[in-house]
Design a binder for this molecule. Structure first.
Ligand code: PLP
Length: 237
């Protein structure tokens, strides 16, 4: 009666979803000759108990969209997982995440990078980041336009307390192969430029509806919310 339930029956579906995702990711990686592909659990709107259950299954990377929501949940999180900021980040909120996340995947401007650099230096650390690319050129979405990626990375590469680790994108829904292929080309292109202090290790793309297509085009980090935790209960901005 006082025993901690190791497998809460109401979370059983998360286990089944996770198994399915692992299977699909493994198959896609084998089919397309990828190296290992990391699975991130995207936690927006998901209560900490469910997030921790996912971590207990072996997921060791969490993706956070909103600063406020993350701050309210983080103390309840199992600390064994690393946390990446993946949502649009306002410059004035960098101070809340600088010591609380392992990477910021959503850097899309010099202004934001400057603030991250400033606060990282102040806290005597180096912050790992990805450059978010607006690969579909959608006005409603954040991310730097594809034709400005090189110049942005060049500017950021001069910032001492930031380490650029790769690229991230949220391609338009239903965009199929084209957007992912463009991202892959951009990723290879930046890699070839060998900007000092910039390593193109991570290509973060692919969500619940398109992660297999993303893997086909070189993604090595897929960000899964709905297919892992189920449909979100309320709308996010
Ligand atoms: C919500 C979100 C995801 C996960 O989306 P799903 O379709 O639920 O898997 C991935 N990346 C970002 C940036 C998100 O905001």
């Amino acid at each position: 009666m006082c025993q901690k339930s190791v497998n809460p029956p109401e979370f059983q579906y998360i286990l089944e979803n996770y198994r399915q995702i692992c299977y699909n990711v493994g198959n896609a990686a084998a089919k397309y000759g990828s190296g290992s592909v990391k699975i991130m659990a995207v936690t927006k709107t998901v209560p900490p108990e469910k997030v921790n259950y996912a971590v207990s299954l072996g997921i060791d990377l969490l993706g956070e969209n909103r600063v406020q929501e993350y701050l309210s949940k983080k103390d309840s999180y199992d600390k064994s997982a690393r946390v990446h900021m993946i949502g649009h980040l306002q410059t004035n909120k960098v101070k809340y995440v600088i010591n609380n996340v392992d990477m910021i995947q959503s850097v899309d401007s010099v202004k934001l990078a400057n603030e991250i650099n400033r606060l990282a230096e102040k806290n005597k650390k180096t912050m790992d980041i990805l450059i978010e690319v607006n690969i579909g050129g959608e006005e409603s979405k954040s991310g730097v336009p594809a034709d400005r990626v090189y110049s942005l990375i060049e500017e950021i590469s001069a910032m001492k307390s930031i380490s650029v680790k790769g690229l991230m994108a949220v391609p338009p829904i239903g965009s199929g192969d084209e957007a992912f292929d463009k991202m892959n080309l951009l990723f290879q292109g930046v890699k070839e430029k060998r900007f000092p202090g910039v390593s193109m290790d991570i290509l973060s793309m692919g969500m619940s509806g398109d992660y297999e297509t993303a893997i086909k085009h070189g993604s090595n980090l897929v960000r899964i919310g709905t297919k892992l935790f189920g449909a979100r209960k309320y709308l996010e901005v």
